[in-house]
Write a protein that binds this ligand. Structure first.
Ligand code: NAD
Length: 513
């Protein structure tokens, strides 16, 4: 046994992570497990994880179905219970934020400072939706003919939640918290790279008093366990966050059952720096927005579109600030950037760096694979900034998901908008300018679910998150994030009692019978 410590916390490795079905942590019915290594110390096994069989998955869905359909524990009807549990979950996450952050840092490679705020952000999501569980108001409409039609908001049913590894707690919270607030039940398949973070969430929910079977968790490969879950006939709604290519597969699977879906997918997000921008503000926002979590962030700025008149100044300062980042041990409070999540991700990022160099783009900051000391033990890659990148090239079109930034100069506002929009994605964009009229004019023309003006990558829980184009379907967070988990039912009430109704009479002569 190995132990790892941070402050007053010590974790004995490897951690055993089990399936969570009907309120119990259980082993795989087939006895299969997989392991998760530490991306900063690849010789260290962090977790041994039970892999769900198809029988386990079916059991998880059946239980979620039964709790929902029979309203077991009054889960669907008693919203006060749901409010209490969601608030309590937020409280538990906050109380244990540092310990849970350690788990995130270990398995995701996210530096501790960021990991702590990540836990608190997940707590905010539970708290926000706790406050909405008693506000599932419908509508009543008095019609022209004097009758009344009522619109009820009802939970959509059994939700399949499939989440990624890059922000393991918040991405899951944005699905689970509104689903629970709405009165749904959930079967969740977390990413295989971050099983321990998932365990923290369902343990917090259980500790908060969640009735058995309301949330069930199955681990395993996306291609098998994830795939079977999203096409399961007893699932009503699929909430997915991950790659656009996976999102396309999920849409196809959901089509067979005409299931409702919410998709949060990839991005290739531009930061537009105009000639009147505060360059220091723009640089700091770009470094924060582009390199946090080592660039493994769907909303990361990965293209910097800069007016030619401020290009040199911006690039030299961007290089300077990017170079100053401390890359290293995620459990060290001084670290700004940890390792990439996996060997596969490292290879993918390095292949884009190689492509950029072979394509002949100017290398403004030459980083890449780091070696020596701790760097030899993990997937550490330092930032690379390419300059004068062709906007049509792969470097400027494809999601890299690593610390690689492509700088593209522009001459006019119109040209900047065209370059910004000329990708398949439409998740986020940042605009840096001191001119408020320009900021709003450009914001309206950008095809992106979120546009920040003089900032990057802040995600208020009260707002929304979601993408245009191939960045997704639907919205998470805020009031809209709750609507995703609600059906709207119309109940039309005749108030006349008359046997002679104009709408009957117009179509059929039944009043003459
Ligand atoms: P991924 O698509 O590889 O996997 C996401 C989840 O889907 C995992 O749990 C995986 O096991 C599962 N999965 C994989 N194939 C599946 C299938 N055929 N059927 C069902 N489930 C399947 O993505 P990832 O590598 O975990 O995450 C990174 C991606 O997520 C990036 O593209 C990033 O932009 C995107 N992302 C988007 C948002 C957003 O809000 N738009 C947020 C975070 C991450």
């Amino acid at each position: 046994m190995v132990s790892v410590s941070y402050g007053k916390y010590t974790v004995e490795l490897p951690v055993r992570v089990k399936l969570f079905i009907d309120g119990e942590e259980v082993p795989s019915s087939r006895g299969r497990t997989f392991t998760r290594e530490n991306p900063a110390h690849i010789d260290q096994t962090l977790a041994i994880v039970e892999e769900a069989s198809i029988d386990d998955l079916n059991r998880a869905v059946d239980i979620a179905r039964e709790v929902f359909d029979k309203d077991k524990y009054s889960w669907v009807t008693n919203y006060r219970q749901r409010i209490r549990i969601l608030y309590k979950t937020a409280e538990i996450l906050r109380e244990e934020a540092e310990r849970i952050a350690m788990t995130v840092a270990l398995e995701n490679g996210m530096p501790m400072r960021q990991a702590k705020s990540h836990v608190l952000a997940a707590a905010d999501v539970f708290e926000f939706y706790a406050g909405l569980a008693d506000k599932l108001y419908g509508e009543s409409i008095v019609l022209n003919n004097g009758n009344v039609t009522l619109l009820f908001k009802e939970p959509v049913g059994v939700v399949a939640a499939v989440s990624p590894w890059n922000f393991p707690l918040t991405q899951a919270a944005r699905k689970i918290a509104p689903a629970l607030a709405a009165g749904c039940t959930v079967v969740w398949k977390p990413a295989s790279y971050t099983p321990m973070s998932a365990m923290e969430i369902y343990r917090a929910l259980a500790k908060a008093g969640l009735p058995k079977g309301v949330v069930n968790v199955v681990y395993g490969p996306g291609a098998t366990v994830g795939n079977e879950l999203v096409k399961h006939p007893k699932v009503d709604y699929v909430s997915f966050t991950g790659e656009t290519t996976t999102g396309k597969l999920i849409m196809q699977q959901a089509a067979a059952g005409i299931k409702r879906i919410g998709l949060e997918l990839g991005g290739k997000n531009p930061g537009l720096v105009f000639e009147d921008a505060n360059i220091e503000e723009a640089v700091r926002a770009i470094v924060f927005g582009g390199l946090r979590n080592a660039g493994q962030a769907c909303g990361a700025i990965s293209r910097v579109l800069v007016h030619e008149s401020v290009h040199d100044k911006l690039v030299s300062r961007l290089v300077e600030v990017s170079k100053s980042l401390v890359i290293g041990e995620p459990l060290d409070d001084n670290t700004d950037m940890g390792p990439l999540i996996s060997k596969a991700q490292e290879e993918k990022v390095l292949s884009y760096i190689q492509f950029g160099k072979e394509a002949g783009f100017k290398v403004a900051l030459d980083g890449g694979k780091l070696s020596g000391g701790i760097y030899d033990k993990g997937y550490f890659v330092s930032p690379v900034i390419f300059d004068n990148v062709d906007p049509k090239s792969r470097l400027a079109q494809e999601e890299i998901f690593g610390p690689v930034i492509a700088v593209i100069p522009f001459r006019t506002e119109q040209e900047a908008i065209e370059i910004a929009n000329n990708v398949i994605y439409g998740l986020t964009a940042s605009i840096f300018t001191k001119d408020p009229a320009r900021a709003l004019r450009v914001a309206r023309k950008l095809q992106a679910g979120t546009v920040w003006i003089n900032d990057a990558y802040t995600q208020p829980v009260e707002g929304i998150w979601g993408g245009y184009k191939q960045s997704g379907i639907g919205r998470e967070l805020g009031l809209y994030g709750l609507e995703e988990f609600l059906e709207i039912k119309q109940v039309y009430v005749d108030t006349t009692g008359s046997l002679d109704r104009p709408h009957w009479r117009t179509v059929m002569k039944i009043d003459k019978l």
